[in-house]
Design a protein around this ligand. Structure first.
Ligand SMILES: *Cc1c(COP(=O)(O)O)cnc(C)c1O
Length: 415
């Protein structure tokens, strides 16, 4: 019989009525402001997850609230059968600040990547004919959870149980140009990668890697797709991560921070690819609604005009230095990686207990790839907030070190 008690907690209700697809932390968040969020018991947390690299301007941004209200009262949605101004204005802003000439709007990172994959295949089909449809992507990558993006994602744990995956995907290790040279044969239409692997544990490209990938793609007439869903929109200290490496892709995908929490994604590409996406070739009902694009345009303008990208670079460098300081102090830290405000700290042991300890201390962080603590806070995070987190990590690592020494019976040997 169905449980209909009225006194069940939010957590009980979630466990009753929702699919258990998420391993959630046992807190119920009810409110946010800037880099802080509060749970239903009134406990405050400093948020270094930022909705997973989404809330760049922080929680309850007054700008987002204002534009959202104004546009909601003006026009929310009409369908892409008609022109609407906010959509065009956002497209123009993105084009004027990137390598790209054209934009397609959608609703998520996975959908932006779907659009990229479809565009690459269609372009190749029209230019070279059939049988040139293979996409080479990277092991340890993450491109989303739809069937195509799952097929492009080089992680067995994400693909398991969903066979048959889409055919025409091939994987090579990230940072391995020779493997890529081998993989890119006459059947390949595009190479797809994240300039910095986010979910894979904040893995950065070797110097010159992306340049060499670009060179190889040019040499073989193959398209280069950058998935900047996580690292784009100012997070690395440039509007787009690839700007650090002196090259541009043919196609780029965006989502996460693009709407500061509203669901919007975008696929950008050069003019050469435009004919492959003519009328009827691709579409989505909600893509680029006036509501979402008006908010997104305000968010992108603020990132560009209010100095948040330079701020991300500066605070990110400081944050990284402080994490490196912990790395020198504690043997359990293996490596600190990242750029701007996407930082990873690889531990020599699973990171989950550290994440849980941080939660108790009032800090949200998360763990990518088992042993990597990942920090992707709002770009508006301040140095003193970084200091608070670093002090908490210091206490937590100290405790873990004590515990280890106790466990091994050599407590007396410290100091
Ligand atoms: C989050 C993410 C995606 C998927 O985005 P969704 O909005 O969850 O579909 C794709 N690529 C990268 C690099 C991501 O970080």
């Amino acid at each position: 019989m169905k449980d209909t008690r009225e006194d069940r907690s939010t957590m009980e209700l979630a466990d009753t009525y929702m699919f258990q697809t998420y391993g959630r932390f046992p807190i119920v968040l009810v409110r946010g402001d800037g880099c802080r969020v509060w749970d239903e018991d009134g406990k405050e947390y400093l948020d270094f997850v930022g909705g997973i690299a989404v809330c760049a301007l922080g929680h309850s941004s007054p700008l987002v609230a204002r534009v959202l209200e104004e546009q909601a009262k003006t026009l929310v949605h009409v369908s892409n059968l008609y022109y609407t101004r906010p959509q065009v204005d956002l497209a123009r802003l993105l084009v004027e600040n990137s390598f790209a000439d054209r934009v397609f709007f959608c609703n998520s990172g996975a959908e932006a990547n779907e659009a990229a994959l479809k565009l690459a295949r269609r372009y190749s089909y029209e230019k070279f004919g059939a049988n040139r449809h293979v996409i080479v992507s990277m092991t340890n990558s993450f491109h989303g959870r739809t069937m195509a993006t799952l097929s492009a994602t080089g992680q067995a744990k994400i693909q398991i149980g969903y066979d048959p995956l889409l055919s025409g995907f091939r994987f090579v290790p990230f940072n391995d140009v020779e493997a890529l040279e081998q993989a890119v044969d006459a059947s390949v239409c595009a190479v797809m990668l994240e300039p910095i692997q986010g979910e894979g544990g904040v893995v950065c490209p070797d110097p010159d890697y992306l340049k060499r990938v670009r060179g190889l793609c040019d040499e073989r007439g193959v398209l280069l797709i950058f998935d900047e869903v996580q690292v784009g929109m100012g997070r690395t200290g440039r509007l787009f991560a690839h700007e650090h490496y002196g090259i541009t892709p043919d196609i780029m995908t965006l989502a996460k921070a693009l709407g500061n929490g509203l669901p919007i994604g975008a696929m950008l590409a050069t003019e050469a690819l435009s004919p492959a996406f003519g009328p009827g070739s691709h579409a989505t009902t909600f893509g680029g609604t006036p509501l979402l694009t008006a908010v997104s345009r305000a968010v992108v303008s603020s990132l560009l005009k209010d100095g948040w990208i330079a701020h991300a670079e500066k605070v990110g460098a400081y944050f990284k230095e402080r994490l490196e300081g912990l790395g020198r102090k504690y043997d359990l830290v293996k490596e600190v990686r990242g750029l701007g405000l996407i930082l990873g700290m690889e531990l020599k042991r699973p990171g989950a207990p550290v994440v849980t300890a941080c939660l108790k201390e009032g800090f949200l962080i998360n763990c990518a790839h088992e042993t990597v603590l990942r920090f992707v806070p709002p770009l508006i995070v301040q140095k003193d907030e970084v200091d608070h987190l670093v002090a908490a990590l210091d206490r937590i690592f100290e405790g873990m070190t004590d515990e280890r020494l106790r466990d091994s019976g050599i407590e007396g040997l410290r100091d």
